[in-house]
Each structure stands twice: as C-alpha cells, then as structure tokens.
Design a protein around this ligand. Structure first.
Ligand code: ADQ
Length: 484
C-alpha cells in the first residue's frame, strides 16, 4: 500500500460497491454515454445519499479509459478503472471463480490461483484509496459485497477517523468450507477493518464470528469481536429486501395488468403457469427445477394443456467457463424436453434468455400462478420477494428453496430441498392443486412480511447500527450525525 496520505474529501456518506449505479456504454457511432442501472440498492440508498452529499465509488462495467468523478442528479460518482488483465484475474477469476463458488457451498469447484489473489489486492487497494480521498472527516463509508472484502482494513489504515460498515450480499460459508481458502486469514482481517460487518442471515454472522475466533485468534462474545488495539467489531444480520411499494404500484398499473393478460394469452391460457426468473447461474438450480417439471409432464401428473413452465434467465458472466457450460446444458435440456414432450403450439417449457425492464418483470409475476425459486444456496433471493409484492390479490403460490436466505422470512411458502427431485415434484404438485383459501392464507402472511420489511427499512437499520457501533469508539466531535 502506498505510504502517501490521501487528501480528505467532502462526502459524508459513501457507498463503495463493485459496480457504479450507472453503466458506461459505447454507442454504435463510437461515442460513450452513461445508462442508469437502477437496482434495489440504488433506490434504497438514493434519498439518504443525496441528503448527506453522498458519493458512490464503483467500476463502470468496462475496461475503457478511467473517467474523472462527476455529479449526476446530486450524487457524486467516482468511477474506478479496471484493466483487461484485472478484469480476467480479479473479476472473472478471484471474484467469480474462487469466492463465488466457495461462498455458495462449493456447488462448483473453486479455483485457487496466486496471481488472481494479487489482482484482488490491487483492485481493492484502488477502491480503498478512492474512498479515503473522497471521504469528509468522520464520514460514514459503506462497503458492499464479496468483491471488496479487503477494503475495510485498507481504508481504516488510511483513514482511522471514518465509520466503516461492510455488507455481504451472498452467503458466508461455514468454517469447514472457508478454511479451504489459502488467503482465509487476510480476508477475515480485511473485514475486521469495519465497525459493523453485516450479513443476510444470523447463521452467516455466526460463521464469521467462529472463524475469527478460530483462525485469527481474537476474543469474541456473542456478536462482537474484541481486537488487541481496543476496537470492537460487531457482526449481525440485516436481511436485504425490495422496494415493495414500487413493485406494488407497478403491478397494479393498467399497462402491467394488460401485459400480464397478454402473456397468459400468448402462452395459450393454460390452467396454471409456473415461472422461474433467475440470473443464469449454477447456484440457482435451474436445471434440476426444469427436469422436475418435465417429469411431472412425462408421468402424466400434469399435461401440457393444463400447465406450462416459463423460464426467464438473465445472461450472466458469459466469459466464465462454468457459466458457458451451464448455458449449453440448459439449452440442450429445454430442447430435449420440448422435443420429447411438447405438442404443436404447446411447449412444455417456454424459455427466454434475456433481460427485461422492471415493468415486464412485474407483468410476468402477475401472470404466473406458481413461482418456482430453487437455488442450491442463495444469500437472499429478491425474485421471491418481488413475486410476493406483485400478488396484489393475495393469490399465487411460491415454491421456495430452504437454502435461499428468503426462506427464513417467507415461512409460508412451499419450502423444498432442491437436491431432492421427487420432493420438489411433490411440492410443485401440491402448489398446483392447492385450494384458493390455502393460497390466500399463505400469501397474506408473506405480503405482510415483505411490506413491513422493505429495502428502506434494511438500509436504515444497517446505517443506524453502524452509527451506534461507530459511536462507541470514535471521537463524536469529528463524526457528524447522519441526516436521513
Ligand atoms: P442475485 O444473485 O443477482 O443477487 P436476486 O436476489 O434474485 O439474485 O436478484 C436478482 C435481481 O435481478 C432481481 O431484482 C430480479 O428482478 C432481477 N432479474 C432477474 N432476472 C431478470 C431478467 N431476466 N430481467 C431483468 N431483471 C431480472 C445477489 C445475491 C442474492 C441477493 C442479492 C441482493 O446472490 O442472494 O438477494 O444479491 O443482496
């Protein structure tokens, strides 16, 4: 790390995330422009970011030349450049071929390469330096996700005056799996630079505390870690959610209702529509779910006149070998199932490999009778919550993997084990045949949960807990209260 002390900036609240909320895109004429990539995170944090002269530090999504910080609608954007080589070694390599599979129960085999680790350190340092330069004295810095786990410690060394929070969006593995990582100690120490380390579930926070005790040797008590220098780090769960109100409003709008009806018509108005919506990722359990559904058709439990499976898969990480193989597998499976079991105008599976605007997503959720979410492991899974938010009439069924974080909150869903194909088939049939009264009872309870715990609630509770954790060991004079 460079010994040069960075100059202080003027932002009181900073988000540091792998991606900026804007993507840089190259137009056909060669000019570049910025396109909003509004995710739940941006929507949740935007108001509080503006009120606090917020800044967002992230990668613009390409390996073009580095752009200077700029302001968009009151939010300061600080783009971090990543070279082609770093894209391969840091992003595709260490983030998506080492950490992603390791943190998801080793569903695929993680690869360990020393040069990938070196690239991970370099890129994390770049983010940490940018944050140190941007932050006002005593500012709050919120670092996000597995791509940036070294940033809290690097930033604390540069700027001990800051309140630093970290939130992990994906699962945090148990000691037995995490211990495979050759750089396990460095990652744990990286995270311990934060005042508050947030996870989706209490179990993940527990894994972290146990690892810190066993692998780093720090004293811990309940959700706290006691460092030799007197600092205390708290680890706790903050289950992420969605902008529930926005989804409800969208789902209730006339164009979405019309579009939902159109989708049903286009699918031939079967009695029930099953829906899957995922990034095309091997953790999501798409293959097993489609096989389970096809067996229900093959065995005659369901017929193509009565049921169709609409699977929407967003293209994802297409340069990574595992993802290319998965895409081929799904293409082949869908082709075989439709070839063997479909009829003219009646495919078993209607498969779309593309990304859609939010309005179309809401229409899909409204059109579907049974939402099928079957990841082998998932930090939370927002699709499950979005479906619930869009079921304004309190009908519809959610079939949900017990290995998705969302299962801890959506207890009235039809829970399944995605490794158990027969169990999954039986539960899909149960949802298919359920009485409207039963569906209503389940959906109402889940709607209450999602409406009371939206993404604004999530962001606020994290920031409140961070202020509390930070106040314990920061000079209050240098820490202005956060405006909300
Ligand atoms: P993801 O693995 O990407 O997120 P998820 O939580 O389901 O998974 O979020 C996917 C988002 O993408 C949803 O908002 C969904 O609407 C959208 N989406 C999916 N398919 C789409 C399509 N075809 N077109 C347009 N939009 C589509 C990671 C973790 C999760 C965690 C989130 C948030 O893996 O476990 O819930 O971060 O913390």
């Amino acid at each position: 790390m460079s010994p040069r002390k960075p100059t202080q900036g003027s932002s009181d609240l900073i988000v540091v995330a792998n991606r900026l909320p804007l993507d840089r895109v190259v137009l056909p004429g060669g000019q570049t422009t910025w396109r909003t990539a509004p995710g739940g995170l941006v929507t949740a944090l935007e108001p509080v970011m503006r009120a606090n002269k917020g800044a967002w530090i992230g990668w613009p999504g390409d390996t073009g030349e580095t752009v200077k910080p700029f302001t968009d609608n009151g939010l300061t954007l600080v783009p971090i450049g990543i070279s082609q080589n770093e894209y391969t070694e840091y992003y595709e390599g260490f983030c998506n071929a080492t950490l992603w599979p390791l943190y998801h129960d080793v569903v695929a085999k993680p690869e360990f390469h020393r040069e990938w680790w070196d690239a991970y350190i370099d890129v994390n340092e770049r983010f940490a330096h940018a944050a140190a330069k941007q932050a006002a004295p005593g500012a709050t810095v919120w670092v996000h996700d597995y791509q940036l786990q070294l940033v809290p410690q690097m930033l604390r060394e540069l700027r001990p005056d800051l309140q630093i929070g970290f939130f992990l969006h994906i699962p945090f593995p148990p000691v037995e799996l995490f211990s495979q990582l050759p750089w396990r100690r460095q990652l744990l120490e990286g995270l311990l630079g934060a005042d508050l380390v947030g996870f989706q579930l209490p179990g993940a926070a527990g894994n972290f505390i146990r690892l810190v005790r066993q692998r780093v040797g720090h004293k811990t008590h309940r959700d706290q870690v006691y460092l030799p220098d007197g600092r205390v780090v708290r680890a706790a769960a903050f289950p992420i959610s969605i902008d529930t109100k926005a989804f409800e409003e969208l789902a209730g709008s006339e164009p979405v209702e019309r579009r939902a009806k159109q989708i049903r018509d286009d699918l031939g108005n079967p009695a029930k529509i099953f829906l899957g919506v995922d990034r095309l990722d091997y953790t999501k359990g798409i293959y097993a779910r489609l096989r389970a559904f096809s067996e229900l058709i093959a065995n005659g439990d369901l017929s193509v006149e009565d049921a169709v499976f609409l699977q929407v898969a967003t293209p994802s990480r297409e340069q990574v070998e595992q993802y290319r193989l998965l895409r081929n597998d799904i293409d082949q499976l869908v082709g075989r199932i439709n070839g063997d079991l479909g009829r003219i105008g009646r495919p078993v599976i209607s498969y779309l490999h593309s990304s859609f605007p939010r309005q179309e997503m809401a229409a899909l959720y409204r059109a579907a009778d049974i939402m099928v979410v079957t990841p082998f492991r998932d930090g939370m899974n927002l699709v499950a919550k979005e479906y619930v938010a869009c079921r304004l009439d309190g009908d519809g069924a959610l079939v949900l993997s017990e290995f998705a974080g969302a299962a801890e909150e959506l207890k009235q869903s039809y829970l399944i084990n995605p490794y158990d194909i027969n169990g999954m088939k039986a539960t899909m049939l149960q949802a298919y045949h359920a009485e409207p009264k039963e569906l209503g009872r389940r959906m109402r309870a889940m709607r209450k949960q999602v409406s009371e715990h939206d993404v604004a609630f999530w962001a606020q509770s994290f920031l409140d807990s961070l202020a509390e954790a930070g106040a314990a060991h920061h000079d209050k004079k240098t820490r202005p209260a956060l405006k909300t």
